[in-house]
Write a protein that binds this ligand. Structure first.
Ligand SMILES: [Zn+2]
Length: 236
């Protein structure tokens, strides 16, 4: 019995670490695609390194801050509802402890314990830390380890920035004639990697994920490049 709980706890911790890693890879992927589209589009219109640097840097900052703000809002909302659920649970535990003990017993029975063992386990868990037991078994959250919105925001900011730096450096560093080929090749290569890694982390078939990911990036660069060339040609 304790073996199963042990395994499950491990799977939970590993699962959430993998989710974080996957979110990081996807954030970097966003940074690569959106900044690549931006700088390649500007490169279609001008060869001026300062213009490319300005556009790329502005795109990097705007993108990473918008990702961080979005993440902050979404995790804060999740945190609010988790806190509300914990408060409700705390109230129920103090108002109707018997019903809550029965509820915990039934939840443990559903997980495969016999009635007697479930009752015994529920009693022990309740004596030790009733709120924590209900939070974990009933709500699926750990009250000692709620997601921090600031951490989540910072992680998104860093992930996007790391991704965005790649096309930015690739378009700014090489000499004029090599900018586009260097950028296109390094962007597609890095999208190969992020597509493969995120598919593996999500246990999906990497080949399809890689192709879709690279096609998405190629499309973004193609469309913005065309727009840049057209705008550059009209002298707008
Ligand atoms: Zn409960």
């Amino acid at each position: 019995m304790s073996e199963a709980t042990h395994d499950e706890a491990h799977k939970g911790a590993l699962g959430s670490r993998l989710n974080w890693l996957r979110a990081g890879v996807l954030g970097a992927n966003d940074g690569i695609v959106s900044t690549a589209g931006l700088v390649v589009g500007v490169a279609g219109a001008t060869d001026d390194r300062n213009a490319l640097l300005t556009a790329g840097l502005a795109g990097l900052l705007a993108g990473s801050m918008s990702m961080a703000a979005g993440e902050y809002v979404s995790v804060s909302t999740q945190l609010d509802s988790e806190k509300a659920a914990l408060a409700a649970e705390r109230r129920e535990l103090s108002e109707q402890p018997e019903a809550e003990l029965e509820e915990l017993t039934e939840l443990l029975e559903q997980r495969g314990l016999s009635r007697d063992v479930a009752r015994e386990a529920a009693q022990q868990l309740t004596e030790r830390d009733a709120l924590k037991a209900h939070a974990r078994v009933e709500l699926g959250i750990d009250p000692d380890d709620l997601t921090n919105p600031w951490h989540a925001a910072w992680a998104s900011f860093v992930a996007f920035t790391v991704g965005a730096l790649l096309p930015l450096l690739a378009i700014v560093l090489p000499p004029s004639g090599l900018r586009l080929p260097v950028t296109v090749v390094s962007v597609l290569a890095s999208l190969f990697v992020t597509g493969w890694v995120s598919a593996r982390l999500g246990s999906a078939d990497p080949r399809h994920a890689v192709l879709r990911n690279m096609a998405g990036g190629a499309l973004a660069m193609g469309v913005t490049y065309l727009a840049g060339v057209l705008l550059g040609a009209t002298g707008a």
